[in-house]
Ligand binder design. Sequence first.
Ligand code: NG1
Ligand code: ZN
Length: 529
Amino acid sequence: NNIKLICAVSKSKFRKKHSKFIQYGTAGFRTKGEDLEHVLFRMGVLAVLRSKFKKATIGAMITASHNPEEDNGVKLVDPMGEMLESSWESIATKLANIDDEDIETELNTIIKQENIDENQPANVFFARDTRPSSEHLANALEEGICAAGGNSQNFGLLTTPQLHYMVRCINTNNNYGQPTEAGYFKKITTAFRTLYKQENKNYKASLVIDAANGIGAIQAKLLNTHLKDLIQIELKNDGTSGRLNHDCGADYVKVQQKSPQGIDMEPGTRHLSFDGDADRIVYYFADKDNTFHLLDGDKIATLVAGYLKNLMSESGLTLNLGLVQTAYANGSSTDYITNKLQVPVACVSTGVKHLHHKALEFDIGVYFEANGHGTVLFSDKANQIISNATKDTSKTEAQRKSASCLLTVIDLINQTVGDAISDMLLVELVLSTQDWDAEQWNQAYIDLPNRQLKVKVKDRSVIQTTNAERKTTAPVGLQEAIDKLVSGYLKGRSFVRPSGTEDIVRVYAEADTRANADKLAAEVGAVVY
Ligand code: NG1
Ligand code: ZN
């Protein structure tokens, strides 16, 4: 019986060595790497149960994304490459935190409650980022899978979105692509090569990538072998000397609103930063006066939505295109999307799964967090209509050509989750098509000055929010105090929410000037504290 074996291995090798409570949050489990060994073993077991339950391959990614190098984490990936279904998040949390003695009972409960057929075969795909603790944790995960009687494939070092891609490929009989690193690059670079415009006046085919000293560096080098004749890529923070995410990476650049360590910005050149597992990307550049400009997830979303809207109209297609943001989206971006682009925009709670879920409601759903995590989803209906349009003889040649272009764009995009490499190619494709430099892209709208702060409180769970986290409902009086402060500022907007990944409360503020945004954030921070 597998459960007896699981308990024996758990007792002999993967005992729980501390009593810290660890929660499966918006980004899976995330904490100090040294506290995760038993969690990884148990998640190996749970991935097998999930695989039996879904009768499909399940993914497990070992990473703590943009967190410091000593942190780590694990998240499970569902069959279509999406995040683990939320009802299983609490199952995961419970299994990760119970005492060693209770594992047998708990596993039997899960099997019974979820009606899992134990004779069903199980398969788990897993990969890891470059953290020092990742390999050891991957071994613990593998032992869990093995003890539970599952098969597995260890992909070694991959970006998070690559692992999501592999899972989708295998569960769609390779219709989505080949479930290999080579298959991934082949799919996206073939699409890119087909569409990319080489002859340009304003657009220059060169980039500087800050790889956050992480897995993005390894994968960007591989990408470079496919595209070096098209784009010149200069790789910085490539992991050869600096620490992962230390003074670099997408989160650092977005929150600090300055260039990362190790990069001397050449005016006009497009720079970009990945995060530690390369599912986020932000662009930035220095203008001729050496002023720093950030092109964040909001700017990427508007660029991409504008491009797709154009292609749709050039193909004579009317599909329902929508954009999904969170409260962190800059107010100017929301205005621009609504009034200039005239694309419907929805606002949801922080966390990719909420955006992804909402984006599924559109024929073509573009979603991006301001921090640079996002992608585009094409519904089956959209796929079919676009594909039909490429062969529709009642359309003009030009319309069919635009529809083919749209069909190829779908292959360029990793629809399972935000993907820094695929998003980068999409941005480069749009810029080359429009013949825009960074300055021209940036001109779409001017960001309202904004500031994010972290406030340490005793118990962040006392703060409760509503309306996609834009207002607080508890503690009593907090929202009124924020409203009062905001009313004193031109274009003022501010909200607070407890972080789902750190033990802090996040404060966001925007206003008409840099000084006012900073002041409003500080004032709101003070009432939270
Ligand atoms: P929290 O810590 O809940 O704010 C952060 C990001 C999210 C998401 C998750 C998962 C911000 C403000 N928040 O969540 O958008 O990316 O991490 O990695 O950027
Ligand atoms: Zn990440």
